[in-house]
Structure formats: C-alpha cells, structure tokens
Design a binder for this molecule. Structure first.
Ligand SMILES: *[C@@H]1O[C@H](CO)[C@@H](O)[C@H](O)[C@H]1NC(C)=O
Ligand SMILES: *[C@@H]1O[C@H](CO)[C@@H](O)[C@H](O)[C@H]1NC(C)=O
Ligand SMILES: CC(=O)N[C@H]1CO[C@H](CO)[C@@H](O)[C@@H]1O
Length: 502
C-alpha cells in the first residue's frame, strides 16, 4: 500500500505553521491567499491521484502558491544559505536567484562588497571589518574603495572583466573575492548563531534545495563538518567555492575562533594567496577539521558542460543525487528550476538524481542536428588544416570517411558513426570534432568569460552574427543513445550506487 497524504487536522496545522513561519516578506493577505490555495492543492492532490503522489511519510509538500512547490523537511529552518557575490556582477547574476531557487530557501543572507538593496533583498558589505591597513595598501581593495566612493559609476567593462580571454583572472572583482571568505564565516555565525548548517554558494551556483535537505539530514550536525568538492592548490586540500561547501555549527565556531586568534597572520596569508576558498580550506584544516569528500553531490560542472558519464573517486555521478551545480547560466537556472518544480509535482518526495535530470531534461534535447549549438565535442578532431599538415603516410593511414570528415556536417556525422564509441560531434566549415563523452553543450552565440562566479559572467557576444552558416552545429548519434542510457543505468544496480555519501 503506497503511503499517501493524510489531510487531517494535524498535518494542516503543521502545514499552516510552516507557511506562517516563512521568512518571506509578503503582505499577510497575499500569504493567506497562497495558504488557502496551498491547502486546496494538497486536498486536490490527495483526492485526485493516490498512486502518483508517494512521499516518504516524514515529508510534507509545502505549497506556498499553486505555482510553487517547495519540499519541506525537519531541517529546513536550521540551514542558513550564504550567497557570496560582488557589486560588479550582482545586477546581472542575482535576479535569476530571486525568481528561482531562493523562493524555497527558508533563510539566506547575501554577502557582497557594498551594502545595497536589490529587488527587495538586502545585500551586505561583508568586507566592512577588514583591517584598514589592508584596505589602504592591498591592491585588491582599489575596486572596493572605488565602489565605496562612487558606487558602480565609472566602472567600465574593462575594469569589471579585465581584458583578453583569460581576463577573469585579472578581474578586480575576482581578486577582491578572496578577502570575503573568512569574514563571511564570522558574519554568518553572528547572523544566525544557532543554525545547524551553513551552506556557502556563489552567484553561479545552483542549489537543489530538497536534495541538500535530504543529504544534510544524514549527518550529525553536532559534530564539526566541512563538506566540500575536493580541489588542491599546491598541497592544500579545500572545498571548491563555486561548487558550494557546507559547515556545521561546531565547525563554524572552530573556524571563527581560529580566525580571531590568528587574524593578523591570516591577513598576511590572504595577501599572498589568490584563492579565497583555498585560504578558508587551510584555516579549516588548521582549526582541526578534515574536509569531507562530497563529490558528486557537490558538483563543479554545469548542466550544459557536464559529461554525463563522469566518474571520480570510484563513483559514477549518474547514480547519485546532485545538491549543487556550478557555472550555471541564467538559462540553466531556468531549466533546472522548471525541472525541479515539475519533478516535485509528479514525483513528490522522490530524490532527483543525475540520471533523472539526464532523462527528463537532457535526453529530449538531443537531436540528430542542432543548429547554432556547441556540444563541446572535445575528442578526435578532423580538420582541413590538420589534413593538409599530414605527411602522405599519415594520409594513407586514414579511412576515406576520416579524410572527408571536415567537408560537411553529414561527412562529420559519418566519421562519428564509423567509430563505435563516438556519440556526438560538432561541425564548423572545415572542422569536425567528435566525442565519446555525451554533453548537452550550449547555444553557439554565447561567449563566456569566466573562471569563478565572482569573476565573470556569461555574456552574449556583442558583435552581430553576420553569417549564421559559420556558427557551430552539433549532432548526436541518436540510435546510440538508448544503449548509452542502458549501460549507464546498469552501473547503478548495486544498492551502493543509489546511496548518499555520508
Ligand atoms: C592591521 O594590520 C596592521 C599590519 O599588519 C597591524 O599592525 C594592525 O595592528 C592591524 N590592526 C588591527 C586593528 O588589527
Ligand atoms: C563511460 O566511461 C567509461 C570509461 O571512463 C567507458 O568504459 C564506458 O564505456 C562509458 N560508458 C558509456 C555508456 O559510454
Ligand atoms: C567543430 C568544433 O568547433 N567543435 C567544437 C566542439 O566543442 C569543443 C569544446 O567546446 C571545441 O573544442 C570544438 O572546437
């Protein structure tokens, strides 16, 4: 017998108390309307289809609005989400958060380099307490001082993004970002001293709230925890900032104490280093906490760029549930958000795993030919240029399909089809790229300048596209997709493949 909703008085009361304790700044009357329609949708769902709605009993679906589904959990009010951003990027990057994921987070705080309000959300200058000497002497604070004297005025594109393709690394916003990590930990703890968990994300991190709730509920929050996506700079292991990382309350205390005692040394260390997530990781380690290896729950790739057959640390992402994605563009935010909402409407309470995302969101978008699309095929490349450079011997060793691969989109597909492991390809006149990894890729007229969220942005190329024929086209070998999915699913047949890493 499938469990179903019990619309008794108790659960309606729980439901009402969940809604009324919401921190959302909405007029009371509106909230009541949402509340009423929420109760109605619950009753409606309950009466309508028992077999489809099968949440685990501990969960209640929270309908704040008929068009919004947020999954509730015992833990939801014990988490503070800390969103770190910067004044040079937030106008562009924050609004999508307000329209999507932030609607479900119960408590969050936004840290930046300047106090301001945006669309009714308070944004805090997390750097206000930094030592004056550093603010005056460290070159990174030029931007900060400019912002505080003149706001965003007179910051031109060059100032914001730096120049050249690797401009982001020279980006003043990104350089300043390293100073924010330790103060963010201290201020988050002051802001919410008794939260059980503090989840740190960036402006291009997409957090899957219900998966985060489910995952964190598996840990003992009374112990010091630092959950991170592993990364090394020289020999320092740390949790990568853009993938998001999580600290438990005891861990926050240990870090803040360590920071307060060693502040001058740590300021000097921050001056010398360049990555704030690494600086924090070192401090956490020195405070006595080892990082918990949280890949693939914490994810460094985005929806468009992830190789769906990615495995690390002997784990196959496909079988697990993501709690974050990184480098998420606004389009990807929208896609994921709509997927999450639809998923909960139809599979209430069911964990959304990588393979579910692939099947519901990626697979329907794969086509034999997709124009103006770069599928990031980065395997074997065939181009007229390479061919011309080959000695005769090399040319003779190629099959006719290989020799002709760069001549047309169809010839490029043919060479991919001739290799049993090839699953996708992309074509530009004169150049054919093939790949054995399956990626969704992104629209070809997007030009991305990014390294870390605080640095960059994905901007549409400003130049008009004169010749659409010259834009990259992509294709997938459609009749190989079913086998791909089948083989991937086989990997998850062991129980371990469906677990949470804890
Ligand atoms: C600020 O940094 C300077 C140089 O490291 C140090 O001498 C000074 O004591 C610091 N000020 C405070 C308030 O910590
Ligand atoms: C996934 O990758 C592994 C190697 O990393 C490969 O052996 C396997 O065939 C791939 N699976 C699919 C379905 O492509
Ligand atoms: C034909 C072509 O340009 N293919 C591209 C596919 O995507 C990868 C990664 O983005 C590029 O390196 C290839 O050049």
């Amino acid at each position: 017998m499938a469990p179903s909703y019990n619309i008794d008085k108790a659960s309606i009361m729980t439901f009402i108390s969940l809604c009324t304790s919401s921190k959302a700044l909405r007029p009371l009357r509106l909230r009541l309307v949402f509340l009423l329609s929420g109760v109605l949708s619950l009753i409606f769902l309950n009466c309508y289809d028992h077999s489809r709605v099968q949440p685990p009993q501990s969960r209640i679906l929270l309908y704040e609005h008929p068009s919004l589904v947020c999954l509730a959990s015992d833990l939801q009010d014990d988490i503070l989400v800390v969103l770190r951003t910067g004044a040079t990027e937030l106008l562009q990057k924050l609004p999508i958060h307000f329209k999507t994921t932030l609607k479900c987070f119960r408590d969050y705080v936004i840290y930046s380099d300047m106090n301001e309000d945006l669309e009714g959300h308070r944004i805090h200058d997390v750097l206000s307490g930094v030592n004056k000497t550093n603010k005056e002497n460290s070159p990174e604070f030029e931007l900060y001082n400019h912002l505080h004297a003149h706001g965003r005025e007179n910051l031109d594109f060059q100032t914001i993004f730096g120049s050249g393709p690797s401009g982001a690394l020279g980006n003043p916003g990104w350089k300043l970002d390293k100073w924010k990590f330790l103060p963010a930990v201290e201020q988050a703890l002051e802001h919410r001293p008794h939260a059980k968990w503090y989840v740190f994300i960036e402006s291009d991190t997409y957090m899957i709230w219900h998966n985060m709730l489910e995952w964190l509920s598996k840990f003992d929050a009374d112990k010091p925890y630092y959950l991170g996506k592993h990364m090394y700079i020289s020999d320092v292991l740390f949790g990568h900032g853009g993938s998001g990382f999580v600290l438990s309350n005891p861990a926050m205390h240990l870090v803040v104490n360590h920071w307060r005692v060693n502040r001058e040394d740590l300021d000097r260390y921050t001056e010398q280093e360049w990555a704030g997530d690494m600086i924090l990781g070192k401090v956490i380690k020195d405070a006595g906490i080892d990082m918990f290896w949280a890949w693939p729950h914490l994810q460094g790739d985005s929806l468009y760029t992830i190789d769906w057959n990615i495995s690390k640390l002997d784990k196959q992402a496909w079988c697990y549930a993501p709690t974050t994605f990184h480098h998420m563009s606004q389009d990807e935010f929208r896609l994921m958000w709509h997927l999450e909402q639809a998923w909960h409407r139809h599979n209430a309470g069911k964990t959304l795993r990588f393979r579910d995302i692939f099947k519901t969101l990626v697979r329907p978008r794969l086509q034999a030919e997709r124009g103006e699309w770069d599928n990031m095929s980065a395997g074997v490349e065939y181009s007229q240029e390479l061919l011309t450079g080959l000695p005769d011997q090399g040319k003779d060793a190629l099959s006719p399909v290989e020799r002709e691969a760069a001549e047309s989109f169809e010839a490029c597909r043919a060479v991919c089809e001739s290799k049993p492991a090839c699953i996708q390809f992309s074509y530009l006149p004169g150049k054919c790229s093939t790949a054995t990894e399956l990626r969704l890729g992104r629209a070809a007229d997007l030009q991305c300048l990014e390294y870390s969220s605080a640095a960059g942005a994905c901007i549409s190329s400003a130049a008009p596209i004169e010749d659409r024929q010259n834009l990259i086209r992509s294709g997938w070998i459609m009749d190989r997709i079913p086998d791909y999915v089948h083989d991937m699913d086989l990997l998850c047949e062991s129980a371990a493949g469906n677990d949470w890493i804890m």
